[in-house]
Design a protein. Sequence first.
Length: 185
Amino acid sequence: MADQVLSRPRASWWARLGKDLGRRIEHRGPVVWFLIVERGIRGLGVLGLGLYLLTVNQDRLAVEVEGIQDRFGLTEGSGGLIRHAANYLLNQVAHLSAKGVVLIAVVSLVYGSLELLEATGLVLRRRWAEYLVVVATGFGIPLEIREVIVHPTLLRAALLVINVAVVIYLVIDKRLFILDEGANT
């Protein structure tokens, strides 16, 4: 009997990954709670932006942007970094073509849905959500590195460091992609 257990072939890496994806997270630490809140808020915001851009009339987009700028006092040129960034983004949106607005709306809907899926999976304590966070965050790191090199700012560098730290934490502490049988906790 003991020889049968020892001689049983080890499951393939893909089979072990599939089994691991279906597991439930036993412990959520402060990093996972941070990810739940951050991904949830960002997902709702980006999804809302996508829905708004799909419903706005392209002919009135410039007028709508002007109204938003007036309402929040963004046209005066004064204010901090967030006001300057919001004003810049609004000006970029005001000059988009109809196809450009639809493209940004669709991308926003997909990205916002992905962020909400990550947050929901983490709330439900699903292991696949941790993998999804690592893959989605890791996918953006090369783009962030490029942005830090081409347009260096303290904020971009800080966001890059945070995202790299999140990926490292999840891969090492949560033992993602380390598929030794019985080793993942």
